[in-house]
Design a protein around this ligand. Structure first.
Ligand SMILES: [Fe+2]
Ligand SMILES: [Fe+2]
Length: 189
């Protein structure tokens, strides 16, 4: 399926706001790919599809991931919204015909990040945060950092997530902490 077909299909499936967010993430991902010499087409593909499973949560999401052989951890069982990366990567492959491992991993890990992310994974993780519809305190600094130093921006995104999760009283996923610590250590090397 080419990107135009994917876009028209997603447009019919996602809420309008989520679709516009996805298009923005696609465009920002492409810009970041040019900046960091990553594959622009892969960035566009992962960007447009990253939230394709955002609609599934709760028990439905838990049952779905179990049905595809994934065992949710104790945090994901409660914060079921975290599962949309895993389900999204599955849909990208089975519903949208994406076979590229790098693209699938970028979708898979965009929610929490992980230690040792590829450049493409970092691009999607960051673009999800800084796309033009996002508006929160500190966003301008993050937008600037994204094009100056990708790892510094990953640290800022992870720290922003951690602050948000603490403020909301949600459970904090260990992978978000790993993402932050790993990227921070890269800055200090
Ligand atoms: Fe997402
Ligand atoms: Fe997103």
């Amino acid at each position: 399926m080419n990107i135009e077909n994917i876009m028209s299909r997603l447009k019919g499936q996602l809420k309008e706001e989520r679709y516009l967010h996805s298009v923005n993430v696609m465009n920002v991902s492409a810009e970041l790919a040019r900046r960091y010499n990553a594959d622009e087409n892969k960035a566009r593909l992962a960007g447009i599809l990253h939230d394709c499973a955002k609609g599934m949560k709760g028990e439905e999401a838990v049952n779905f991931v179990k049905s595809i052989g994934y065992c949710p951890d104790e945090i994901e069982l409660i914060q079921t919204g975290l599962l949309h990366g895993i389900i999204g990567a599955h849909f990208a492959r089975t519903e949208y015909g994406v076979e590229d491992r790098e693209v699938l991993d970028a979708i898979r890990w965009h929610t929490t990040g992980r230690a040792g992310m590829s450049v493409l994974e970092k691009i999607i993780y960051v673009a999800d945060y800084i796309e033009p519809l996002r508006n929160f305190e500190g966003i301008e600094m993050m937008r600037q950092a994204a094009f100056e130093d990708l790892d510094r921006c990953v640290v800022l995104c992870a720290e922003s997530t951690i602050r948000y999760v603490l403020n909301k009283g949600f459970l904090l996923h260990g992978k978000t902490v790993e993402t932050r610590n790993y990227s921070l250590r890269l800055l200090k090397l």
